[in-house]
Design a protein around this ligand. Structure first.
Ligand code: ZN
Ligand code: ZN
Length: 321
């Protein structure tokens, strides 16, 4: 039996290498994928944090932002063939719970996730059901394709807020997710895009990427600086950190929208509710989106949004090969 040397999640804060058999298609709709790259998600870091900020089943291989090539297909696989480049939509929803039946599959109460509850893609080979895989043109470079899953969360989230051509947008957090939002809003025709972060290297990178304005809240009064740049405040604010709601509501213009995207389960920020009511703000909690996968494939294949197109891209260094 062929084996592979893979990192196994062993429980709180522990990752250890073990030899495991190379998986084989078991069910007729299973596909075996030869993984070529896999991004490290904030979720992976949260799984390994102490205390953990995201649950995972001990004994599994983590990693869910994988791209690879189909190696083998089960007899009932109809849409994929060996040699196809594929990406992973890791949440396997049940289709039967009350939320799935209402079309709110992102709130499925009975889901499994590749790389969290079943073996994931930090491995040379992944076995996955055909329904979790999406074919993507070989013209999309491997490293851009590896950002399919995080980008799909952004595609699924921007649908929550109307965005008009020329809208000003502020994004709190210049990590990979914040910068994907910046690229997305640029693609959607936003006006000024402002990115805030306390890490200078992230802000430098955002600037290289062509973000209009970068602000460091350790150096400036963020709400005041955003007002100076925009007059009224921005039309849309994205909190890509997960505990910045109190700041976010101060950056929006009256009648503006605030998208709460980041996930920080242990934080519990105090919020001034009066501001939300008095200034007619609309807040959106947004979690991964409702099946944004086809559109994400179309966007990546159009090459209109190229997540890693910038030379010396820092995000590229996070890719594991
Ligand atoms: Zn992810
Ligand atoms: Zn369900």
């Amino acid at each position: 039996m062929k084996t592979m040397h893979v990192p196994i999640f062993k429980g709180e804060g522990q990752l250890e290498y073990e030899d495991r058999p190379v998986p084989q298609p078991e069910h007729p709709t299973d596909v075996l994928v030869k993984i070529e790259a896999c991004g490290i998600c904030g979720t992976d870091l949260n799984i390994l944090a102490t205390p953990p900020a995201h649950k995972a089943t001990p004994g599994i291989i983590i990693g869910h932002e994988g791209v690879g090539v189909v190696a083998k297909v089960g007899p009932d696989v109809t849409g994929l063939k060996p040699g196809d480049q594929v990406v992973i939509a890791p949440r396997l929803t049940c289709g039967q719970c009350e939320y799935c039946r209402r079309g709110l599959d992102n709130q499925c109460t009975n889901y499994k996730t590749i790389g969290t509850t079943t073996d994931g893609a930090f491995a040379p080979y992944l076995k996955a059901p055909e329904s979790a895989l999406y074919k993507i043109s070989a013209n999309v470079p491997r490293d851009d394709a590896a950002l399919f899953e995080p980008l799909s969360c952004v595609v699924g989230t921007v649908t929550r807020t109307p965005v008009q051509a020329g809208d000003n947008v502020a994004i709190i957090g210049a990590g990979p997710m914040g910068l994907l939002f910046a690229q997305m809003y640029r693609t959607l025709g936003a006006g000024k895009i402002i990115v805030a972060d306390i890490a200078p290297f992230r802000l430098n990178f955002a600037e290289e990427m062509g973000v209009d304005e970068t602000l460091n809240p350790n150096e400036v009064d963020l709400p005041q600086a955003v007002k100076e740049l925009t007059g009224l405040g921005v039309d849309i604010v994205v909190d890509a950190v997960g505990n910045q709601m109190n700041t976010a509501i101060k950056l929006a213009r009256r009648g503006g929208h605030v998208i709460l995207f980041g996930l920080r389960p242990h934080d519990n920020p105090a919020v001034n509710q009066y501001t939300i009511t008095r200034y007619d703000l609309t807040l959106h909690g947004a979690f991964v989106g409702l099946k944004p996968f086809e559109q994400t494939i179309q966007l990546l294949e159009s090459r209109r949004l190229q997540p890693l197109s910038i030379e010396g891209c820092l995000a590229g260094q996070e890719l594991v090969q």
